[in-house]
Design a protein around this ligand. Sequence first.
Ligand code: G6P
Length: 612
Amino acid sequence: MCGIVGYIGKQNAYPILLKGLKRLEYRGYDSAGVALLNGDINVYKKQGKVTDLEDYCTGQDTTGSIGIGHTRWATHGEPSDVNAHPHVSMNGIFTIIHNGIIENYSYLKGSLEEQGYAFRSETDTEVLANLIEYIYRSQEVSAEIAVRLALSKVIGAYGLVILCSEEKDKIIAARKSSPLVIGLGENEYFLASDATPIIEYTDRVIYLDNDDVAVIKMDELVLKTTVRDDALAARVQTLDLGISEIEKNGYDHFMLKEIFEQPRAIRDTFRGRLNLEKNEIKLGGLYNVYDKLIEAKRIVILACGTSWHAGLVGEYLFEDLARVQVEVDYASEFRYRNPVICKEDIVIAISQSGETADTLAAIQLAKESGATVLGICNVVGSSISRETHAGVYTHAGPEIGVASTKAFTAQVTVLTMMAMMVARSRGLIADDRYAALLNELEAIPGKIEKILEHDDALKEIATIYKDVTNALYLGRGVSYPVALEGALKLKEISYIHAEGYPAAEMKHGPIALIDENMPVVVIATRDNSYEKIVSNVQEVKARNGVVIAIVTEGDDTIVKMADHVIAIPDTDPVLVSLLSSIPLQLIAYHIAVMRGCNVDQPRNLAKSVTVE
Ligand code: G6P
């Protein structure tokens, strides 16, 4: 959600903060602010993008070698200058930035108002700033103790970074359910909500755990918890992330770069895991739960957004190949539905960021019920990867564009490998079929490369349909989640209303919408429901609908019926979503660019949704 940066050391903090905020802008981009400590604490904040903040700061005093910065995605209070972070406590003693939500903020605010506190903003963060200040003054304790006491009264989630005007040698940071990482330099420390702003300065980092509180001076870092006063040992890790992975490298947008990176991303996902010579798949992260996985009577997949669509593909794969009953749930629905969870269940949580609040909460619920919880995450060291019993990283590399692309295909790749492994261990897949699938999976990146070569043709289709107001996406079987994902891509970045439907369901409602102005994207690749989808295409054409069809190379039936045809290389039907999703990503991308939309940072969205 929001992005947090901080710096303490000998350098001028402002340029480091600004660069970091730009790297983190994908997490939230409705307002931004910085606080710089140089004798006094100067706070500058502005509604809009980080560049608006930069313009606003031009000519102001931005000196200081201690500073904190924030880019916001509004939860409490509209995006505005006053609601932007940092927030300063009423008497100016504490300046704080915060990611997350203080759920009991209204109660705390009432109590503080009774003590004479007044509030400038509508945010929960300002309540926290004043609570810390109130405790600091009334109990005459140090800033660190005031923070820890205040946090013990707070219900909710936070990644917090705090400056105190009466203890100017330090930054205090705390975490609960909202990520914070500290980079270790030579007599300097960097803070951020993920490692991307830190990587160019150091690869030595400490990820804060829930309830950790860090007191950071230029030459010292002390780690405690909210409730325990004794110092914890620092858990220093080495980052495995290159700077080129978080830059656009000549592409106009991160999204386009990430679409084109998919052959590489998928190869990285199965690197060291697929062994064609030995005809085997190894997923080391699952070793200690493997017996439970192959014996599972039921798999429950939990996720949100695009990851949920990958989960639907996973349902198809596990049921088809491994004959396990699978349920796929939106994490947010699962946790509020009093779901039936058994100890023998395997729960798979899928998340690119590994920080999605609803998915984290659903994991908690599943763990409390005794289920074995596995994670499929892209971000190494993320909360979900640490909260789950075991798991598999996708290794797609950092995904910065808000609309997920390479993370989706990498998640599907992992799910495919898992389903194949389980199928084999259960004796449900013949060796030759297994070997054929393994070879096909290995060939997928090359086939994606071929699809990417047709980008210009996809751009032409985008030119024709860029001004439509609605679009329908249809698919059957494993192509149904692809239809959902294609529609989601279009709506989230181009703001065109688009819906995905199982093709056969069209006749139960959406068919009423079809006329000559309604483009219908049909995923009609060759499989055992091909004849049925041919009929669906006919139904659309009979009502003057416009059909854009994704077909298998060599198709000679739909080619004659559809208005536009995008042919993709042939593959095993089990793997086809890895190919058919690519043209849909590119069409959505080009339409959004042609409509002048901000592709990487679509309105109202955020990359990592750390609020429920
Ligand atoms: C946000 C993003 C989506 C993403 C979803 C789930 O809505 O904009 O692209 O699919 O969160 O995120 P996760 O990190 O859990 O996969």
